[in-house]
Design a protein around this ligand. Structure first.
Ligand SMILES: [Fe+2]
Length: 378
């Protein structure tokens, strides 16, 4: 009998240029009357909220904007947003931004309807009450957070990023509009695209992968290989932007179900301790993680090589192609230039080993393996 497989994506996905004009209608259908838009000042300044707010008003919804979003959303930020939700009696959240704003909204959605501090909900399904519904508009391509069931929140007191897992925090709908991703700074686009590539690759070779996740992951790799450079070269190339948004989204389908691996486990402490953007931490570690895993997942490297468009698909060719893509887009490839010091390695290894991604990595990971990778990636 075949192994049991589970694949779930609780979100609706609405794609296409201009699709954010449907957001008011979608909020109405969910029974909302008062919405809080969770975003940041850069998004507001770039004018990305205008059409969204317009659509909400046209649908007769009351709204407030919480624009204090920050990279690596903190417990304090979640508490601040939660206080506003309670004060305004908001019944739906609209997250507009990169993964950080969407994760902040997820944290707020839980804290708003549950009584304990957000840190108590670390791990799978730890909260009792149904969180507030969320609609998500990603402005990077991206984290996939617009459809995943994770929120990563930073506890600044412990310099520790923790993960909350529950399908109940998946946004009810995601709006993939290519016009929303053109204005981000190049460095943000690069980090987001490298994060999406890392999601696709790690979930493809994960021990928890199945035919559904593999199909999404391979297609995401193919779309990223074909469109990442184009999207960066021409910010007005809507087809490339749409393809990258879809790639990031379906990489999210894959990793939400198949989890990730050594790269994400080891990237978390880089952001928690040194505040390195998540996608940049992944960029540096991805070729090392791919090299580490090639003995355990060699047969899958052939298929990844094909998706990357390579004529030779040996594991070394795949590692080289990923390094080349990182070079072409200008992604960071070493930790020292990002401020990392070897004196933190013990804490970094200890924190990384606690990640849930360690268990599904295709090759068994020992602390000394992580130490060797950190040393090589410095
Ligand atoms: Fe990620």
């Amino acid at each position: 009998m075949a192994d049991r497989m589970i694949f779930q994506i609780p979100s609706r996905v609405i794609c296409g240029e201009g699709c954010v004009d449907q957001i008011g209608q979608e909020a109405r259908q969910l029974g909302a009357s008062k919405v809080l838009v969770v975003t940041d000042k850069n998004i507001a300044a770039a004018g990305l909220l205008d059409e969204i707010l317009d659509s909400l008003r046209k649908s007769g919804l009351n709204l407030d904007v919480f624009d204090r979003g920050e990279p690596d959303p903190s417990v304090d930020l979640v508490n601040e947003g939660t206080a506003i939700v309670r004060e305004q009696k908001a019944d739906l959240l609209i997250a507009v931004g990169g993964g950080s704003n969407i994760d902040a909204a997820k944290g707020i959605s839980i804290a708003a309807t549950n009584s304990r501090p957000i840190v108590d909900y670390e791990g799978p399904e730890k909260f009792e009450n149904q969180p507030l519904p969320i609609l998500a508009v990603p402005t990077t391509a991206g984290t996939g957070s617009e459809i995943t069931f994770f929120a990563v929140i930073t506890d600044t007191q412990r310099n520790y990023k923790f993960l909350i897992w529950s399908p109940r925090i998946a946004p009810r709908a995601a709006f993939l509009d290519p016009r929303m991703v053109g204005t981000a700074p190049r460095r943000v686009k690069v980090a987001a695209g490298m994060d999406a590539l890392t999601h696709a690759i790690e979930s493809f070779i994960s021990k928890a992968a199945n035919v559904y996740t593999e199909t999404c992951a391979l297609k995401a790799i193919e779309l990223i290989a074909a469109n990442f450079r184009k999207m960066l070269e021409d910010p007005d190339d809507r087809d490339a932007a749409m393809s990258m948004l879809i790639a990031a989204n379906i990489a999210g389908f894959s990793f939400a179900n198949a989890k990730l691996g050594i790269v994400h486990a080891m990237a978390l402490p880089l952001s928690a301790i040194y505040h390195i953007p998540h996608g940049e931490a992944n960029s540096v570690l991805l070729p090392f993680g791919l090299d580490f895993n090639k003995t355990a997942a060699a047969h899958k490297y052939q298929r990844m090589g094909e998706a990357l468009g390579l004529s030779r698909c040996e594991p070394a060719d795949v590692v080289r192609a990923v390094r080349q893509l990182a070079t072409d887009v200008g992604a960071p490839q070493a930790m020292a230039p990002l401020g990392v010091e070897a004196s933190s390695f013990d804490k970094m290894v200890s924190d990384a080993m606690k990640s849930g991604h360690v268990a599904v990595n295709p090759r068994t990971i020992h602390p000394e393996d992580m130490m060797a990778i950190y040393q090589a990636a410095l």
